[in-house]
Design a protein around this ligand. Sequence first.
Ligand code: NAD
Length: 441
Amino acid sequence: MSTPMAVFGTGYLGATHAACMAELGHHVLGVDVDESKLAKLEAGEVPFYEPGLEEVLKRNIEAGRLRFTSSYEEAAEFADVHFIGVGTPQKKGEFAADLTYVDAVIDTLAPLLKRPAVIFGKSTVPVGTAARLGQRARALAPAGVEVEVAWNPEFLREGFAVQDTLHPDRLVLGLDRERPGRAEEVAREIYAQLLDERIPFLVTDLATAELVKTSANAFLATKISFINAMAEVCEAVDADVTVLADAIGHDARIGRRFLNAGLGFGGGCLPKDIRAFMARAGELGADHALTFLREVDAVNMRRRTRMVEMAREACGGNLLGTRVAVLGAAFKPESDDVRDSPALNVAGQIQLQGAAVTVYDPKAMENSRRNFPTLSYAADVNEAVEGADVILVLTEWKQFCDLKPARLGKLVRQRSIVDGRNCLDPTVWRDAGWNYRGMGR
Ligand SMILES: NC(=O)c1ccc[n+]([C@@H]2O[C@H](COP(=O)([O-])OP(=O)(O)OC[C@H]3O[C@@H](n4cnc5c(N)ncnc54)[C@H](O)[C@@H]3O)[C@@H](O)[C@H]2O)c1
């Protein structure tokens, strides 16, 4: 069955959700306040790098199932099912999430809702937000109590967003238990194809659904910081954290995934989500429960400092006047997202210590230039490493993992490489005459 729906916010989450819902056969209107983003999307162009999304976007625009607008009036007229996919960034100068954008969606949309409607929140929000938005929506909407707010958190990974939206590990739906309504029935209709695939569908209360998302991210961040803490210990005794990870990862209770030591996590989700989680727990008087996340954050940020130290050591103890090639700018491969990117953070710190830093990334050049205009950027790997005293691999793009040490050796000033993602084979590089250093190995 095809359901008309609106998706508010057409960024990494919203554009993917809108296109994928159209792919499931629904009629979708994507709504954003950014006219330039809308113009690109309308032209069938994805405003960011996400493998496979452009095909889905184009196919559904051509089929007449997917359109975009900046008009909330048009959205309220068109659909009775609405998804919130706007950003919830960290507030400036504090840990809490900035809820201005989710609030704005409700404040603009609700007064236009004259018919019963279901609003599904997908953005990652502090626990308690959904209940508050529900109250606000009911108070502002002409349809009053016939407007429901449910929470349907999103777990997609950038780089695998289409696959994760159409074939997620699980669907979670939080309902307002005090006001039984149609949200579950509507969700079952919308996601019928996914449910036919027997994707687990967990229906819960609003608070649990919000907490599922934040606790999943807290767990993933903890797993990465755990192995990075082990890397620190390995560094102290000359042990190899990559072998350690392989060995403990064979234990099914631990698992090998998300156990790669290196420069640590970044991006538009994990760092701000664990901080917002700590802030919210503090407000709820449960801050003790999450004090360990402070350490998770601290271990993660120490990796960046460690990388700067390793670059300095590789340059003989002083970065002043050296040339440093930085390979990678996106916070992870298969994405052009540079929000809280460890790679750019390190590049910036090294530049402040007097090095000439040249950055290359296969997809994130435009975003990097916009955010770090004072760094130098190269058109390709060769240009980036030309005359370098040290190469830093800071994002594990496949093309960097496949680099040939002999060929690069002819371009650099010194054969020195620091592998911030432990994605290179040390033996191959050392055999080719390079000074290779990994993180925790
Ligand atoms: N990016 C991910 O991988 C991912 C995964 C899961 C959850 N999330 C969560 O999803 C939410 C969105 O993240 P994102 O990465 O897509 O952010 P984003 O910054 O890429 O997109 C947000 C979009 O919302 C638009 N917007 C802002 N105010 C608006 C308004 N009032 N009305 C309509 N549109 C408005 C912005 O112009 C922007 O296009 C966040 O809460 C994030 O934590 C993101």
